[in-house]
Design a protein around this ligand. Structure first.
Ligand SMILES: Nc1ncnc2c1ncn2[C@@H]1O[C@H](COP(=O)(O)OP(=O)(O)OP(=O)(O)O)[C@@H](O)[C@H]1O
Ligand SMILES: [Mg+2]
Length: 424
C-alpha cells in the first residue's frame, strides 16, 4: 500500500506537469525556464508525496495487529456499554462498561444468559432480517432502577470469523440521569404551582367575601386585609426565591473571583437578625476572631448566613440560643485550607431520615408548621447551590432533642488575594 501511494504521488505530479505544459504551449508561453521549473515541481511533488504517505501507512505485516489493538483500546475507552454478537446472538466482544453493567456477560456465551430482555433479542433478529438499525429500551430494577436506550445495528465483517456474515453491535446509552432530571423538572413545576396556588386561592376567597357578605363589615375588612397582605407577601417571597435559585443555578459553573471577608458578612447578618431572634427568646451570638477571606460573592454569602440563622432561630427557638462561628481548617494539602461557617442551635433537631433530603427544593420536615412560619422550603436549596458555586461543601448534622449544626466549608482565598481583602 505504501508503494502504491508513492506511485500515485509520482503519477499525479507527472500528470499535473504535462497538463500545465499543454496549457502553456497552447498560450505560447512554453520556454526553457518554464520547463526547468516544472521539472523541479515534478521531482518535489513526487518526493513530498512519497515522504508524506508512509507516516500513516503501515507495513502490511504490522497493519492488522496494530489496527486490532487500536480498535480494542478505542472500545475499552468508550464510556457506554458496547456489545458485539454474531447472528446467533453469541457474544463476540464486549467493552469494560458492558462488563460492569452485566457481570454475567461472557464471550462465546449467548447474550440472553446475561441480558434477559426480549425486546433487545427480538431487535437483533429484526436487524439481521432487515439490515436496518433500530433502537429499543432496556430497563433494570436490581440493584437500582436504570434505563438504557439500546441502539442495534448490523456490522458487516467481510473478513471476520463468521465467514463474511454480518455481526450485530449493541450500543447502550444510559438514560437514568436524564429521566431523573426530567422527573425533577416535572415535580418542580408541580410544587411551584401548588405553592403559588394556595395563597392565591385564599386571596380570591377573601376578595369575594369582601365584595359580598362582608361588604359593610369594617372590622372583618381590616382583619381580612391583614391576611391578604400576608398571603401576597408569601407569594412575592416565593417568586423572589425561585428567581434567585434560577439565577444562582445559571452562574453555578462560574466560581467567584473576588476576595471577601466571611467574618464581616457573618457579623453584619448577626447584627441584623439579633433583634428578631431576641423577640423569639433566642440569644444569637457570633464566635469569630480575625478575618476569614474566601473567594466569594458578598450578596450570595449574606444569603447563606441569613438562611441558616433564620432556620436555627425559626426551628430551634426552643433551645434559646443560636451560635454562629467561624474557623479555619488547614486542610490535607497546601492551598487546601478551608473556612468553616457553622450555625448551631439547641432546638428539637431533625430525624436522620430527613437530613439527606433537606436541600431538595420544597422539602420540609413538617410542611404545615414550616408554612405557618412563612417557609417555602427553598432556603436550604438556595444555600446548597450558593455553596456549590463557591466550590464548597454543605454539611448538616443533627441529633434529635440535642440540636442542629449546619456547616458551610468554603475554600480559603489564596494568600496573594488577601491584600485585596484588606483594601476592600
Ligand atoms: N435548624 C433546624 N432545626 C430543625 N429543622 C430544621 C432546621 N433547619 C431546617 N430545618 C428543616 O428543614 C426544612 C427545610 O429548610 P429550608 O430552609 O429549606 O426551608 P424553610 O425554612 O421551610 O423555608 P424557607 O427557608 O424558604 O423560608 C425546614 O422546613 C425544617 O423542617
Ligand atoms: Mg429556611
Amino acid at each position: 500500500m505504501a508503494r502504491g501511494a508513492r506511485r500515485s504521488a509520482w503519477t499525479a505530479a507527472a500528470v499535473a506537469t504535462v497538463a500545465l505544459g499543454g496549457v502553456a504551449w497552447l498560450h505560447g508561453t512554453l520556454d526553457g525556464t518554464w520547463l526547468a521549473a516544472s521539472g523541479v515541481a515534478l521531482a518535489l511533488g513526487g518526493v513530498i508525496g512519497a515522504l508524506g504517505q508512509p507516516r500513516i501507512v503501515l507495513a502490511p505485516e504490522a497493519q492488522s495487529p496494530t489496527r486490532h489493538s487500536i480498535a480494542e483500546a478505542l472500545l475499552a475507552n468508550i464510556p457506554d456499554p458496547v456489545i458485539l454478537v454474531d447472528r446467533r446472538a453469541i457474544v463476540i466482544e464486549v467493552n469494560p462498561a458492558a462488563r460492569a453493567l452485566l457481570p454475567a456477560l461472557k464471550v462465546r456465551h449467548p447474550l440472553s444468559f446475561a441480558l434477559r430482555a426480549p425486546d433487545v433479542l427480538d431487535g437483533i433478529e429484526e436487524v439481521l432480517r432487515s439490515g436496518l438499525p433500530l433502537k429499543t429500551l432496556y430497563t433494570t430494577r436490581v440493584p437500582t432502577e436504570r434505563a438504557f436506550e439500546v441502539q442495534i445495528g448490523a456490522l458487516p465483517m467481510p473478513d471476520g470469523p463468521g465467514g463474511g456474515q454480518p455481526n450485530v453491535v449493541l450500543f447502550l446509552r444510559d438514560l437514568t440521569s436524564a429521566r431523573r432530571l426530567e422527573a425533577m423538572r416535572v415535580d418542580f413545576v408541580a410544587n411551584a404551582s401548588h405553592e403559588l396556588r394556595t395563597p392565591l386561592a385564599s386571596l380570591l376567597g377573601f376578595i369575594e367575601t369582601l365584595q359580598g357578605p362582608a361588604r359593610n363589615d369594617a372590622s372583618a375588612r381590616e382583619r381580612f386585609l391583614g391576611i391578604m397582605k400576608t398571603q401576597a407577601h408569601r407569594m412575592t417571597r416565593l417568586i423572589d426565591d425561585l428567581l434567585s435559585l434560577s439565577r444562582i443555578e445559571l452562574r453555578e459553573h462560574v466560581a467567584p473571583t473576588k476576595t471577601v471577608d466571611l467574618g464581616r458578612i457573618a457579623r453584619q447578618m448577626v447584627d441584623t437578625q439579633g433583634p428578631l431572634a431576641r423577640e423569639r427568646g433566642v440569644a444569637l451570638t457570633l464566635e469569630a476572631e480575625g478575618a476569614f477571606p474566601v473567594l466569594g460573592e458578598r450578596d450570595e454569602l449574606l444569603r447563606v448566613v441569613e438562611n441558616l440563622v433564620e432556620n436555627a432561630v425559626k426551628y430551634g427557638s426552643s433551645g434559646g440560643m443560636v451560635v454562629v462561628s467561624l474557623a479555619r481548617s488547614s486542610g490535607d494539602a497546601p492551598g487546601k485550607a478551608r473556612i468553616i461557617l457553622a450555625v448551631r442551635d439547641a432546638g428539637p433537631g431533625i430525624a436522620p431520615e430527613h437530613i439527606p433530603r433537606l436541600t431538595e427544593r420544597f422539602y420540609r420536615v413538617d410542611v404545615a408548621s414550616s408554612r405557618d412560619k412563612g417557609g417555602t422550603g427553598l432556603g436550604l436549596a438556595i444555600v446548597k447551590h450558593i455553596v456549590n458555586r463557591h466550590r464548597g461543601k454543605l454539611v448538616i448534622e443533627s441529633t434529635p432533642d440535642v440540636g442542629t449544626t449546619v456547616r458551610a466549608l468554603l475554600p480559603e482565598a489564596p494568600v496573594a488575594q488577601k491584600v485585596e481583602s484588606t483594601a476592600e
